[in-house]
Ligand binder design. Structure first.
Ligand SMILES: [Zn+2]
Ligand SMILES: [Zn+2]
Length: 378
């Protein structure tokens, strides 16, 4: 694809790709979006901001309701390792989750409806801080979102594992409930040669990690899916000193809110057991959590049938994934769905080499424009 023949929204994506910013610091990104919107004919647009986010309502011709489309805005703390001429200009940050693609697609759809209005109002929600600390829940409660509260809300996410021209989703849970897990154990340090005068938190931490493995295998229905991963342990200072402290960091993922609740209860019981058994003090912190992305069954089924009937994209009904997505907080209150859009890249999401196929931008703009146009005129 030569530079002169770039679709305007590919060009926009490349500009956004160069300025990745972390959650609630999307200052240049917000400026870029507001400048773009300011250059559109103003008669049909109402614009509001919330923190670093942007809400843009395209007024319908005879609105009965508001339908919303959401795009996330933040980049990730990753050093980009591609050789692309438009690679990140912000050292240490990269759009490695495709949110630059999501924003470019949303602007493409929005631009279409500014020039070709339909019956209902369409609200475009540019949401900050998807990757953390979590923008969806506070944005859902924000004044502009409440003022323009939509009747339904939709979103997409790029999928490196599917080729361009493929979309995938499912009715019901698409993404997991996720929770961080931080456990701190405090005992009594001492000389390695006098274990009886100390209280070793390396031993306590090893027991706890082993016990945590039993939660999924012994406490969760085998027909339900759940993950507990301890990804990091820190303990001790030196080989001949008994460790006074140990810190475990991990993540919990489930496909139902109920399983998440039960798993947390079991973890709390095991941690209390370690405290009693090893005579130490423990603190437990769940950090950030995301609720599941629970696609509305009726709307999702209707969308799948609609997309299949069009025949211009391959439609896959995919299994749920153990990844989390902030969009779940919108779906907790408002019916809608999220779908994957193929961008055929050998490098996955959150990879420093992610290089999505940009032809997916026009595929997505066409598909989403047709879908929202259909829903907003029906
Ligand atoms: Zn991500
Ligand atoms: Zn993402």
């Amino acid at each position: 694809m030569s530079n002169t023949a770039l679709s305007p929204f590919v060009d926009i994506r490349r500009k956004l790709h160069q300025i990745p910013e972390p959650g609630f610091a999307e200052v240049k990104t917000q400026r870029f979006l507001l400048d773009y919107l300011a250059a559109l004919p103003p008669e049909r647009l109402e614009i509001a901001t919330w923190r670093t986010g942007v809400l843009a309502k395209v007024k319908g011709t005879a609105p009965r309701r508001i339908l919303a489309w959401r795009a996330d805005m933040d980049g990730l703390p990753i050093d980009e390792e591609t050789d692309l001429p438009y690679r990140s200009q912000h050292p240490g940050y990269m759009h490695a989750c495709g949110h630059d693609m999501h924003m470019a697609i949303a602007l493409g759809v929005l631009t279409h409806f500014v020039h070709h209005p339909v019956r209902d109002d369409l609200l475009f929600v540019f949401q900050p801080a998807e990757e953390g600390p979590g923008g969806a829940r506070p944005m859902r409660e924000s004044e502009p979102f409440r003022r323009w509260r939509p009747e339904a809300i939709f979103a997409l996410h790029i999928a490196p594992e599917y080729p361009v021209g493929t979309i995938a989703t499912r009715p019901g849970v698409l993404f997991a409930n996720t929770s961080e897990l931080f456990i701190e154990l405090v005992g009594q340090g001492g000389h390695a040669a006098f274990p009886h005068r100390a209280n070793d938190m390396v031993v306590a931490a090893c027991h706890l990690v082993t016990q945590l493995q039993t939660v999924v295998s012994r406490n969760v229905d085998p027909l339900e899916a759940a993950v507990i991963t301890v990804g990091k342990i820190e303990a001790g200072t030196k080989q001949n000193i008994i460790a006074e402290r140990a810190r475990l960091e991990g993540t919990i993922r489930t496909l139902s809110a109920d399983a998440m609740r039960r798993i947390k209860e079991r973890i709390e019981a095991l941690v209390a057991g370690i405290e009693a058994g090893f005579g130490c003090r423990a603190t437990l912190d769940y950090g950030a959590s995301y609720c599941q992305v629970d696609n509305d069954p009726t709307l999702t089924r209707e969308f799948l049938d609609w997309a299949r009937a069009r025949g211009d994209v391959r439609v896959v009904e995919c299994p749920p994934a153990m990844t989390g997505e902030d969009f779940g907080y919108f779906l907790e209150e408002i019916p809608g769905f999220l779908f994957w859009i193929g961008v055929g890249s050998p490098h996955g999401l959150h990879s420093s080499r992610l290089d999505p196929d940009e032809r997916a931008i026009d595929v997505a703009i066409r598909l989403v424009t047709a879908y929202l146009g259909w829903k907003a005129s029906a």
